[in-house]
Design a protein around this ligand. Sequence first.
Ligand code: PMP
Length: 279
Amino acid sequence: MRTWFKGRWHEGNPAILGAADHATWLGTLVFDGARTFEGVSPDLDLHCARVVRSARAMGMEPPVEADEIERIAREGIAMYPDDAELYIRPMMWSAEGAANLIAPDPGSCVFALTIEDFPVPPLGAISLTVSPFRRPRPDMALTEAKAACLYPNNGRMLTEAKSRGFDNALSLDFEDNVAETATTNAFLVKDGVVRTPVPNGTFLDGITRQRVIALLREDGTEVEEASLRVEDFAAADEIFLTGNAAKVMGVKRFEEREMQLGPVTRRARELYWSYAHGA
Ligand code: PMP
Protein backbone atom coordinates (compact mmCIF):
# COMPACT_ATOMS: atom_id res chain seq x y z
CA MET A 1 0.00 0.00 0.00
CA ARG A 2 1.06 3.56 -0.70
CA THR A 3 -0.38 6.76 0.76
CA TRP A 4 -0.25 10.30 -0.62
CA PHE A 5 -0.29 12.80 2.24
CA LYS A 6 0.90 16.40 2.52
CA GLY A 7 2.56 16.61 -0.88
CA ARG A 8 4.32 13.26 -1.16
CA TRP A 9 3.97 9.49 -1.31
CA HIS A 10 4.59 7.36 1.78
CA GLU A 11 5.10 3.61 1.81
CA GLY A 12 2.39 1.74 3.70
CA ASN A 13 -0.01 3.15 6.22
CA PRO A 14 1.41 6.33 7.80
CA ALA A 15 -0.17 7.96 10.87
CA ILE A 16 -2.18 10.82 9.42
CA LEU A 17 -4.79 11.69 12.07
CA GLY A 18 -4.11 13.73 15.18
CA ALA A 19 -5.46 12.84 18.59
CA ALA A 20 -7.48 16.06 18.74
CA ASP A 21 -8.64 16.16 15.12
CA HIS A 22 -12.36 16.83 14.66
CA ALA A 23 -12.45 13.64 12.55
CA THR A 24 -10.86 11.51 15.29
CA TRP A 25 -13.37 12.57 17.90
CA LEU A 26 -16.45 13.23 15.87
CA GLY A 27 -16.15 11.22 12.68
CA THR A 28 -15.97 14.05 10.16
CA LEU A 29 -14.25 12.03 7.45
CA VAL A 30 -15.45 11.37 3.90
CA PHE A 31 -13.95 8.98 1.40
CA ASP A 32 -14.46 7.38 -1.96
CA GLY A 33 -13.35 4.19 -3.64
CA ALA A 34 -12.28 3.67 -7.23
CA ARG A 35 -10.31 0.88 -8.78
CA THR A 36 -7.83 -0.04 -11.48
CA PHE A 37 -7.88 -3.40 -13.25
CA GLU A 38 -6.51 -4.68 -16.58
CA GLY A 39 -4.81 -1.31 -17.08
CA VAL A 40 -7.97 0.81 -16.86
CA SER A 41 -9.54 3.00 -14.15
CA PRO A 42 -13.17 3.49 -15.24
CA ASP A 43 -14.95 6.62 -13.97
CA LEU A 44 -11.99 7.61 -11.79
CA ASP A 45 -12.92 11.26 -12.50
CA LEU A 46 -16.43 10.72 -11.10
CA HIS A 47 -15.10 9.13 -7.89
CA CYS A 48 -12.70 12.06 -7.43
CA ALA A 49 -15.56 14.52 -7.98
CA ARG A 50 -17.78 12.68 -5.48
CA VAL A 51 -15.29 12.87 -2.61
CA VAL A 52 -15.15 16.65 -3.13
CA ARG A 53 -18.97 16.83 -3.05
CA SER A 54 -19.06 14.62 0.06
CA ALA A 55 -16.62 16.94 1.85
CA ARG A 56 -18.71 20.01 0.97
CA ALA A 57 -21.90 18.24 2.10
CA MET A 58 -20.20 17.81 5.47
CA GLY A 59 -19.39 21.50 5.76
CA MET A 60 -15.71 21.19 4.85
CA GLU A 61 -13.84 23.17 2.22
CA PRO A 62 -11.73 20.69 0.18
CA PRO A 63 -8.07 21.72 -0.15
CA VAL A 64 -7.90 20.00 -3.60
CA GLU A 65 -10.34 19.79 -6.48
CA ALA A 66 -11.30 16.67 -8.40
CA ASP A 67 -8.81 17.09 -11.26
CA GLU A 68 -5.88 17.35 -8.82
CA ILE A 69 -7.09 14.25 -6.95
CA GLU A 70 -7.26 12.37 -10.24
CA ARG A 71 -3.74 13.52 -11.14
CA ILE A 72 -2.42 12.23 -7.79
CA ALA A 73 -4.32 8.95 -8.20
CA ARG A 74 -2.87 8.41 -11.68
CA GLU A 75 0.64 9.22 -10.38
CA GLY A 76 0.15 6.50 -7.75
CA ILE A 77 -1.28 3.97 -10.21
CA ALA A 78 1.81 4.47 -12.40
CA MET A 79 3.96 3.19 -9.49
CA TYR A 80 2.41 -0.28 -9.89
CA PRO A 81 2.70 -2.85 -12.72
CA ASP A 82 0.34 -2.28 -15.70
CA ASP A 83 -1.80 -5.31 -14.85
CA ALA A 84 -2.15 -4.52 -11.11
CA GLU A 85 -5.64 -4.68 -9.61
CA LEU A 86 -5.79 -1.70 -7.27
CA TYR A 87 -8.19 0.00 -4.90
CA ILE A 88 -7.86 3.80 -4.80
CA ARG A 89 -9.27 5.59 -1.78
CA PRO A 90 -9.24 9.42 -1.70
CA MET A 91 -10.35 10.82 1.64
CA MET A 92 -10.80 14.14 3.40
CA TRP A 93 -11.36 14.98 7.02
CA SER A 94 -11.54 17.87 9.40
CA ALA A 95 -8.36 18.34 11.42
CA GLU A 96 -9.43 21.02 13.85
CA GLY A 97 -12.12 22.11 16.23
CA ALA A 98 -12.74 18.92 18.17
CA ALA A 99 -13.66 20.99 21.21
CA ASN A 100 -16.72 22.13 19.29
CA LEU A 101 -19.45 19.70 18.51
CA ILE A 102 -20.68 22.11 15.87
CA ALA A 103 -19.71 21.72 12.24
CA PRO A 104 -16.01 21.51 11.51
CA ASP A 105 -13.85 24.50 10.71
CA PRO A 106 -14.32 24.47 6.91
CA GLY A 107 -10.71 25.50 6.27
CA SER A 108 -9.17 22.70 8.32
CA CYS A 109 -9.99 20.02 5.74
CA VAL A 110 -7.09 17.63 4.99
CA PHE A 111 -6.71 15.31 1.99
CA ALA A 112 -5.00 11.93 1.66
CA LEU A 113 -5.21 9.07 -0.84
CA THR A 114 -4.29 5.41 -0.46
CA ILE A 115 -3.64 2.82 -3.16
CA GLU A 116 -3.50 -0.88 -2.41
CA ASP A 117 -3.61 -4.23 -4.20
CA PHE A 118 -7.15 -5.57 -4.34
CA PRO A 119 -8.17 -8.18 -6.94
CA VAL A 120 -11.58 -7.95 -8.68
CA PRO A 121 -13.86 -10.66 -7.22
CA PRO A 122 -15.38 -13.25 -9.57
CA LEU A 123 -18.84 -12.76 -11.10
CA GLY A 124 -21.17 -15.04 -9.25
CA ALA A 125 -20.56 -16.11 -5.72
CA ILE A 126 -22.83 -14.02 -3.53
CA SER A 127 -25.46 -15.22 -1.10
CA LEU A 128 -27.87 -12.51 0.01
CA THR A 129 -30.25 -12.05 2.92
CA VAL A 130 -32.31 -9.14 4.26
CA SER A 131 -30.75 -7.11 7.05
CA PRO A 132 -32.65 -6.23 10.22
CA PHE A 133 -30.71 -2.92 10.13
CA ARG A 134 -31.92 -0.02 7.99
CA ARG A 135 -30.47 2.89 6.09
CA PRO A 136 -30.94 6.16 7.98
CA ARG A 137 -33.50 8.65 6.74
CA PRO A 138 -31.94 11.71 5.12
CA ASP A 139 -33.17 13.82 8.04
CA MET A 140 -31.39 11.53 10.50
CA ALA A 141 -27.90 11.43 8.98
CA LEU A 142 -25.78 13.07 6.32
CA THR A 143 -26.77 10.47 3.77
CA GLU A 144 -25.77 12.61 0.78
CA ALA A 145 -22.09 12.30 1.79
CA LYS A 146 -20.06 9.11 1.44
CA ALA A 147 -19.09 9.57 5.04
CA ALA A 148 -17.11 7.14 7.18
CA CYS A 149 -19.49 7.71 10.10
CA LEU A 150 -22.32 6.03 8.16
CA TYR A 151 -20.39 2.80 7.69
CA PRO A 152 -20.43 1.17 11.14
CA ASN A 153 -24.12 0.58 10.44
CA ASN A 154 -23.21 -1.17 7.18
CA GLY A 155 -20.53 -3.08 9.06
CA ARG A 156 -23.05 -4.49 11.48
CA MET A 157 -25.29 -5.44 8.54
CA LEU A 158 -22.44 -7.52 7.16
CA THR A 159 -21.53 -9.02 10.52
CA GLU A 160 -25.11 -10.02 11.19
CA ALA A 161 -25.55 -11.46 7.66
CA LYS A 162 -22.31 -13.45 7.95
CA SER A 163 -23.36 -14.82 11.34
CA ARG A 164 -26.32 -16.41 9.50
CA GLY A 165 -24.10 -17.76 6.70
CA PHE A 166 -24.72 -15.08 4.06
CA ASP A 167 -22.20 -12.91 2.21
CA ASN A 168 -24.19 -9.68 2.12
CA ALA A 169 -27.59 -8.22 3.01
CA LEU A 170 -30.22 -5.97 1.48
CA SER A 171 -30.96 -2.95 3.64
CA LEU A 172 -34.42 -1.41 3.78
CA ASP A 173 -35.26 2.27 4.03
CA PHE A 174 -37.65 3.91 6.51
CA GLU A 175 -40.66 2.97 4.35
CA ASP A 176 -39.74 -0.72 4.00
CA ASN A 177 -38.48 -0.26 0.46
CA VAL A 178 -35.28 -2.03 -0.49
CA ALA A 179 -32.44 0.52 -0.45
CA GLU A 180 -29.15 -1.22 -1.36
CA THR A 181 -26.82 -3.78 0.25
CA ALA A 182 -24.19 -3.15 2.92
CA THR A 183 -21.58 -2.49 0.23
CA THR A 184 -23.31 -2.17 -3.17
CA ASN A 185 -26.40 -1.13 -5.08
CA ALA A 186 -28.92 -3.86 -5.95
CA PHE A 187 -30.75 -4.83 -9.16
CA LEU A 188 -33.28 -7.49 -10.01
CA VAL A 189 -34.38 -8.95 -13.34
CA LYS A 190 -37.96 -10.08 -13.89
CA ASP A 191 -39.33 -11.21 -17.26
CA GLY A 192 -36.44 -9.50 -19.06
CA VAL A 193 -36.93 -6.12 -17.35
CA VAL A 194 -34.22 -4.80 -15.00
CA ARG A 195 -35.49 -3.03 -11.88
CA THR A 196 -33.54 -1.19 -9.20
CA PRO A 197 -34.49 0.99 -6.22
CA VAL A 198 -35.14 4.61 -7.16
CA PRO A 199 -32.80 6.95 -5.24
CA ASN A 200 -34.72 8.70 -2.43
CA GLY A 201 -31.85 10.13 -0.44
CA THR A 202 -31.43 7.14 1.88
CA PHE A 203 -28.77 5.26 -0.07
CA LEU A 204 -25.83 5.87 -2.35
CA ASP A 205 -26.80 6.45 -5.98
CA GLY A 206 -23.65 4.59 -6.98
CA ILE A 207 -21.39 5.58 -9.85
CA THR A 208 -21.31 1.95 -11.03
CA ARG A 209 -25.10 1.79 -10.66
CA GLN A 210 -25.58 4.83 -12.90
CA ARG A 211 -23.07 3.49 -15.43
CA VAL A 212 -24.68 0.03 -15.60
CA ILE A 213 -28.18 1.54 -16.02
CA ALA A 214 -26.95 3.67 -18.94
CA LEU A 215 -25.09 0.76 -20.57
CA LEU A 216 -28.04 -1.62 -20.31
CA ARG A 217 -30.44 0.98 -21.74
CA GLU A 218 -28.07 1.72 -24.65
CA ASP A 219 -27.96 -2.02 -25.24
CA GLY A 220 -31.77 -2.11 -25.56
CA THR A 221 -32.68 -3.50 -22.12
CA GLU A 222 -35.54 -1.86 -20.26
CA VAL A 223 -34.37 -0.56 -16.86
CA GLU A 224 -36.93 0.72 -14.39
CA GLU A 225 -36.06 2.73 -11.25
CA ALA A 226 -38.87 2.13 -8.77
CA SER A 227 -39.80 1.60 -5.14
CA LEU A 228 -39.12 -2.11 -4.66
CA ARG A 229 -40.05 -4.45 -1.81
CA VAL A 230 -38.32 -7.57 -0.51
CA GLU A 231 -41.05 -9.61 -2.25
CA ASP A 232 -39.93 -8.20 -5.61
CA PHE A 233 -36.42 -9.52 -4.96
CA ALA A 234 -37.78 -12.85 -3.70
CA ALA A 235 -39.69 -13.31 -6.98
CA ALA A 236 -36.84 -12.18 -9.26
CA ASP A 237 -35.37 -14.29 -12.07
CA GLU A 238 -31.93 -12.79 -11.41
CA ILE A 239 -30.38 -10.48 -8.81
CA PHE A 240 -27.11 -8.65 -9.32
CA LEU A 241 -25.13 -6.07 -7.35
CA THR A 242 -22.99 -3.15 -8.49
CA GLY A 243 -20.17 -1.24 -6.82
CA ASN A 244 -16.70 0.04 -7.50
CA ALA A 245 -14.92 -2.93 -5.93
CA ALA A 246 -16.45 -5.85 -7.86
CA LYS A 247 -18.28 -3.85 -10.57
CA VAL A 248 -21.07 -6.35 -11.36
CA MET A 249 -21.62 -9.38 -9.10
CA GLY A 250 -24.23 -12.11 -9.51
CA VAL A 251 -26.31 -13.50 -6.66
CA LYS A 252 -26.47 -17.28 -6.36
CA ARG A 253 -28.78 -17.48 -3.35
CA PHE A 254 -31.43 -15.14 -1.96
CA GLU A 255 -32.48 -16.24 1.55
CA GLU A 256 -33.16 -19.99 1.15
CA ARG A 257 -33.67 -19.87 -2.60
CA GLU A 258 -30.87 -20.99 -4.94
CA MET A 259 -30.64 -18.76 -8.01
CA GLN A 260 -29.09 -19.05 -11.45
CA LEU A 261 -26.52 -16.64 -12.72
CA GLY A 262 -28.64 -15.32 -15.57
CA PRO A 263 -28.05 -13.82 -19.02
CA VAL A 264 -28.82 -10.22 -18.02
CA THR A 265 -26.31 -10.33 -15.15
CA ARG A 266 -23.65 -11.71 -17.50
CA ARG A 267 -24.52 -9.10 -20.12
CA ALA A 268 -24.31 -6.27 -17.56
CA ARG A 269 -20.82 -7.40 -16.53
CA GLU A 270 -19.76 -7.80 -20.17
CA LEU A 271 -21.05 -4.32 -21.07
CA TYR A 272 -19.21 -2.82 -18.10
CA TRP A 273 -15.94 -4.50 -19.10
CA SER A 274 -16.29 -3.26 -22.70
CA TYR A 275 -17.03 0.24 -21.43
CA ALA A 276 -14.03 0.13 -19.06
CA HIS A 277 -11.76 -0.83 -21.94
CA GLY A 278 -13.10 1.97 -24.12
CA ALA A 279 -14.95 -0.36 -26.50
N1 PMP B 1 -23.70 1.46 -1.55
C1 PMP B 1 -22.75 1.46 -0.60
C2 PMP B 1 -23.18 1.44 0.83
C3 PMP B 1 -21.40 1.48 -0.95
O1 PMP B 1 -20.45 1.50 0.01
C4 PMP B 1 -21.03 1.46 -2.30
C5 PMP B 1 -19.58 1.45 -2.68
N2 PMP B 1 -19.05 2.74 -2.79
C6 PMP B 1 -22.04 1.45 -3.28
C7 PMP B 1 -23.37 1.46 -2.87
C8 PMP B 1 -21.71 1.47 -4.73
O2 PMP B 1 -21.29 2.73 -5.14
P1 PMP B 1 -20.26 2.95 -6.32
O3 PMP B 1 -20.78 2.23 -7.50
O4 PMP B 1 -20.27 4.43 -6.52
O5 PMP B 1 -18.98 2.42 -5.87
